[in-house]
Write a protein that binds this ligand. Structure first.
Ligand code: HEM
Ligand SMILES: [Cu+2]
Length: 485
């Protein structure tokens, strides 16, 4: 274990690999945003798009965005864990290689094979395409996910075993002595380690469950007599999908814990409340997934009731590890220095916290009856993805390029930040408005009375893309001078 304070000043041991990954991620985010823009423009009748192509874009956008969110989260986790434990370099390259292999398979399945069954690959949709795509395309898509799943398992295996070895087991890394009132805050692992240990555990479990349902779906594709229980498959898929996308955000917040102290000069220590909240996050993030199945009346009633109750409760530790911790910390700190990196990181925490509110609302059975499968759903998750996870990823990228003059909030940077925040807010609000008006989600063609909302949203989407393109450009130009990180 390295001394926490001296570790803070060292560049990440695999800074080059991480910087390269973030560049790839930035470019993919932009491309996927353009796909999103095209879909919204088609819903607004601004362009003519073949519905089959809409579903291909929807699939690519969903899988591509969720995958990239995971990729950026994992890169952040890897970068900062390298400050505390000795990580084997080859593992990150294997992770990236397998990840890219998965991307190639998925893109091939969609744009060569015509697969358009959405990122959730809900059984038996991959197999029942109604002639739109073939079995091989479905298999390539599922195999792409398997490659990405193996990539994540490898990464977590390395991070998990090193944390366990260096911090005295899982309990030690999760700061359980502090939770029990035995240890002191001085001896507790730093916030980043607690977050890394918790995400490693729950996303490993989520990925293994995902791998199991992927494997059964793959066998079923070629041997239909091997039957998969549809309800069980749905449970496993939503468990995996829910846990994976949440993990991407919970990994990205490590950047906030590690970088913000540089802007205040005050170390960020693990407190007892913080440690308790992270252990609750670890449990709740897994227990809450039935909120995706509230309309499945065949589910046991207790599990749906649990989904709703845990949905309410999980807001508390979520806010405790994000907004509340940040506010408590900033009050202790003397002064906060603002630049593009710190502004984006704080935006990420705010966007994540705000986005959890419409999510919890939709997790209520009485509301879900009305809002299920409306654009309310993409409304809430685009808030905590565009203004949450992706904002934190961009914040990390801006911090990586070092020099203060590249990050100062003024001129170019201010314009980029404003476009991104304004665009992101307007774009997601239009989804929420459409959802409140019962506009269904995932429809290629919109009824005339829904078109105006889609058109306004398309304009805001353009603003988001302009802002994001400016961040990526800034990053690219700044990379040359980024040797210190
Ligand atoms: C400029 C930014 C973006 C635009 C214009 C955009 C647009 C869209 C549109 C139009 C949909 C389909 C809505 C419907 O169901 O009717 C969608 C779905 C989705 N988006 Fe985005 N999006 C953006 C950013 C993001 C980001 C940053 C993420 C994640 C990191 C993301 C993840 C998703 C996911 C997971 C879906 C659901 C796909 C499905 O229903 O299968 N999007 N987006
Ligand atoms: Cu969920």
């Amino acid at each position: 274990m390295m001394d926490n304070n001296s570790a803070q000043r060292l560049p990440g041991p695999q800074a080059g690999a991480v910087k390269f990954t973030m560049l790839l991620a930035g470019v993919v985010l932009l491309l996927m945003m353009v796909f999103g823009f095209v879909m919204r423009a088609a819903q607004g009748n601004l362009i003519d798009l073949d519905p089959a192509m809409f579903y291909q874009l929807l699939t690519a956008h969903g899988a591509g965005m969720v995958g990239t969110a995971g990729l950026t989260g994992a890169a952040i986790l890897w970068y900062f864990m390298g400050r505390y434990v000795p990580l084997a370099r080859g593992v990150f390259w294997a992770f990236l290689g397998l990840f890219l292999l998965g991307v190639v398979l998925i893109l091939g399945a969609i744009f060569i094979g015509g697969y358009g069954g959405a990122w959730t690959f809900l059984f038996p949709l991959p197999a029942n395409s109604g002639g739109v795509w073939g079995t091989d395309a479905a298999a390539a898509f599922l195999l792409g996910y398997v490659a990405i799943g193996v990539a994540f398992l490898l990464l977590y295996l390395e991070v998990g075993r090193k944390l366990i070895a260096c911090y005295g087991g899982i309990g030690g890394a999760l700061a359980w002595p502090l939770v029990m009132g035995k240890g002191t805050a001085e001896d507790a692992p730093p916030p980043a380690v607690v977050a890394a240990m918790a995400t490693t555990i729950f996303n490993t479990i989520g990925t293994v469950v995902g791998a199991a349902v992927l494997a059964s779906s793959l066998v079923n594709l070629y041997f239909p007599e091997f039957k998969v229980d549809a309800l069980l498959a749905k449970n496993m898929i939503y468990f995996f999908g829910h846990v994976f996308i949440n993990a991407s955000i919970y990994m990205a917040v490590i950047a906030v814990y590690e970088i913000i102290p540089e802007y205040t000069g005050t170390p960020w220590k693990t407190s007892r409340v913080f440690a308790v909240a992270w252990s609750l996050v670890l449990l709740f993030v897994m227990a809450v997934y039935p909120h995706h199945l509230l309309q499945d009346t065949v589910m046991p009633a207790w599990s749906l009731a649990m989904g709703q109750i845990v949905s309410y409760l999980s807001g508390i530790p979520l806010l405790a590890v994000t907004a509340f911790s940040l506010i408590v910390y900033l009050r202790k700190a003397n002064a906060m220095r603002w630049d593009l990196a710190s502004a984006l990181l704080v935006l990420g925490v705010a966007g994540w916290s705000v986005g959890s509110v419409p999510a919890i609302i939709d997790g209520m059975i009485s509301v879900n009856k009305v809002m299920h499968n409306t654009q309310w759903v993409p409304g809430h998750f685009h808030i905590y993805l565009i203004l949450g996870e992706v904002a934190m990823a961009f914040g990390f990228m801006m911090w990586l390029i070092g020099k203060p003059e590249h990050k100062a909030v003024g001129g170019f940077n201010w314009a980029a930040f404003s476009a991104y925040v304004l665009g992101g807010t307007g774009f997601t609000l239009m989804f929420l408005v459409s959802g409140a008006l019962s506009v269904p989600r995932r429809w290629a063609v919109h009824a005339p009375e829904w078109v105006l909302q889609s058109q306004i949203a398309t304009g805001f989407a353009l603003l988001v893309i302009v802002g994001a393109a400016m961040f990526v450009l800034r990053y690219l130009l700044g990379l040359k001078h980024s040797a210190g990180r």
